[in-house]
Ligand binder design. Sequence first.
Ligand code: SAM
Ligand code: CA
Length: 256
Amino acid sequence: MATAAAAEVQTKAENQNGEQKTRHQEVGHKSLLKSDALYQYILETSVYPREPESMKELREITAKHPWNLMTTSADEGQFLSMLLKLINAKKTIEIGVYTGYSLLATALALPDDGKILAMDINRENYELGLPVIEKAGVAHKIDFREGPALPVLDELLKDKNNHGSFDFVFVDADKDNYLNYHNRLIDLVKLGGVIGYDNTLWNGSVAEPADTPMRKYIRYYRDFVIELNKALAADKRVEICQLPISDGITLCRRVS
Ligand code: SAM
Ligand code: CA
């Protein structure tokens, strides 16, 4: 994933003076908006001026990492923060941490006694961002578990006290497992609680004809994302809303 991702960031475009300028410089931008200029406008007008210092620091550390295209973008971080506050979230799950940008956004948005169960198969990347999270004074809200998320969810489900106990879940990991996550998370999230599935527009590929040339990893996960989108649309246990922020996020509000 890293090589394709890095290649994507390095896509070049000519500016008006004929100089080479890096397109999609902002990590996380997957070109769903009308223009790069419009995305830059959003970032510079509404996002960066209000971004907490710690999130800026973590974003800058992450930008130097070779897999930086995986990070949550600053505008999506701002959205998550707003959403968590609107629903008064206190107890959450995050699947897919990477260096922790969305995790930090969540930790900052929760009250001081809030809790996040965070999972990732890679601890090293989490530890890259951890000093920033600690400095921000929110590390006590995080319970990080290294390893695949599915067994952790299965373990949680064994205890009935965990059923219907989570206010919010952010799923941003292996797309081929999203439906497996969904079938477990639906019992863990409370009625009226929200699950956010990230990257549900998968670089726009979900709407491209199957024979369109695509990067290997885009093609591989595309079918899983398409299946997920159909399944969520048909799932009467949730109300859904698919938003074109970053690479697309589908919010599912549990209703039964
Ligand atoms: N939310 C993160 C952020 O804001 O930077 C980005 C997450 S990144 C897109 C996806 C992450 O999922 C990677 O760090 C990867 O190690 C993790 N991952 C992949 N498969 C996983 C699995 N089965 N269980 C838990 N984490 C997994
Ligand atoms: Ca993502």
